[in-house]
Write a protein that binds this ligand. Structure first.
Ligand code: ZN
Length: 273
């Protein structure tokens, strides 16, 4: 499937990026933000790709060719700024992308980052061309260059980017979803939904007289048990599976022992439904 979106972690490899300081290299923070967003878009069911997934050098020619050939309609090019300002900036092409960039900016603002400006910049020698190559040379792909903040800010950007980069990365995801009309939900909500959907019921057969359960913080081996369940007394017992910390080990909540782990290899007679 063609991606709707391609994410471009700016710089990489031999090019650390100008938005670096003693706490981070721009190329690394750009990649962290981009991989976070890549995974989130996949969770949200939005077809997405990346220009790079690791610390490799991409020339502007190669980078823009990857974007042009991606089949994507939109691109986030992720960057950290430098030059002594404070706050986020989003740059779109003179030929489009203003609405998408504005939606992204609005969500970053709502997430607590101040917005310096959403703008375009023309090439001085030819006012029909964008100044920045990610706007100019990405063909029909509408690109927002997203500067999340300043690496050399005298205000709060350095602290904000250290502690809130995930929040801002998420804000961009939300802004993009609002722009495209895709469903948007927070990561935790989605996880709960998934868990509810995939929840399994563990059944201990009534043929079993007793079954060991183990505390969550100890390995599930004989001698460590917290107590015994009595499936035969109850015509079998059923529990909702809350998780599986180890292969064939499941976390359940029991009436008598609370939350415990239980070993339920198929050969034990345990079944799932
Ligand atoms: Zn940059």
């Amino acid at each position: 499937m063609k991606p709707l979106l391609i994410i471009d972690p700016g710089h990489g490899g031999k090019d650390p990026g100008g938005g670096s300081n003693r706490f981070w290299k721009e190329k690394d923070l750009n990649l962290k933000i981009s991989l976070y967003q890549y995974n989130r878009y996949k969770q949200l069911g939005i077809p997405v790709s990346l220009t790079r997934q690791s610390d490799v050098t991409l020339t502007p020619e190669v980078r823009t060719r990857i974007v042009r050939n991606s089949g994507a309609t939109f691109c986030h090019s992720n960057h950290i700024n430098a030059g002594g300002g404070d706050g986020a900036e989003i740059i779109h092409s003179i030929y489009g992308g203003k609405e998408m960039s504005s939606k992204i900016a609005a969500e970053m603002k709502a997430a607590g980052q101040n917005i310096r400006r959403v703008f375009t910049r023309k090439l001085p020698v030819n006012s029909n061309l964008d100044f920045y190559f990610m706007n100019r040379n990405t063909g029909t792909v509408t690109t927002s260059i997203i500067e999340y903040g300043f690496a050399d800010s005298k205000k709060d950007d350095i602290r904000q980017l250290q502690t809130q980069w995930e929040t801002y990365a998420e804000a961009v995801v939300k802004g993009f979803c609002l722009f495209t009309g895709n469903d948007y939900f927070l990561p935790s909500v989605k996880d709960e939904k998934l868990q509810a959907k995939s929840a399994k019921i563990l059944r201990l057969p009534e043929s079993a007289g007793s079954w060991r359960v183990y505390p969550l913080d100890r390995s599930p081996v004989k001698g460590n048990e917290k107590g015994f369940l009595r499936p035969s007394k109850f015509n079998g017992l059923e529990y909702k599976v809350l998780g599986s910390p180890l292969k064939h080990v499941y976390t359940i909540t029991t009436r008598d022992f609370g939350k415990v782990n239980i070993y339920a290899h198929p050969e034990t007679g345990a079944t799932f439904k």
